[in-house]
Design a binder for this molecule. Sequence first.
Ligand SMILES: [Zn+2]
Ligand SMILES: [Zn+2]
Length: 158
Amino acid sequence: MSIQTCLRCKGPCIHHHHEGVIIDRCSNCGGAWLDQGELESIIERRESVHSSSFVQETLKQGKAGLPDEALSDKLPCPKCSETMKVINYAYDSGVIINICPSHGVWLDSKELERIEAYRDHWKKEATKRRAEWLNLSNPGAPENATSGGLLDFFRSLF
Ligand SMILES: [Zn+2]
Ligand SMILES: [Zn+2]
């Protein structure tokens, strides 16, 4: 279900294509309503590339917990009118979002992009670390030539 009015500024929300998902985005302030599951599909697809300065900016703002102003900043869900929960996305991204567990999430201007940048960074880090780990645990790597012992024993089995 789409929304017509921005939860923040009451500006008009228009359909906006983002990573193959149609979201409702306020043409005035850039806030966006995403139905349940839409944020996940956007994150899975995630084709937009963010500049490294934007990623750095996002990471700099990352910290755990909720600022005081976030706790008093409650929005009603546009579908059920229940007060949405305020959460720190991924616990420590520093991106504070409003969420109704049954209906969806409200993201203020740039929050969608910040979530993408955050996820992108950590995905790359994970890939990098995995490569480093594989390299370290590779018995054939020259710098580990002396690790021998048990690894040599296992290799001799094949
Ligand atoms: Zn707005
Ligand atoms: Zn709701």
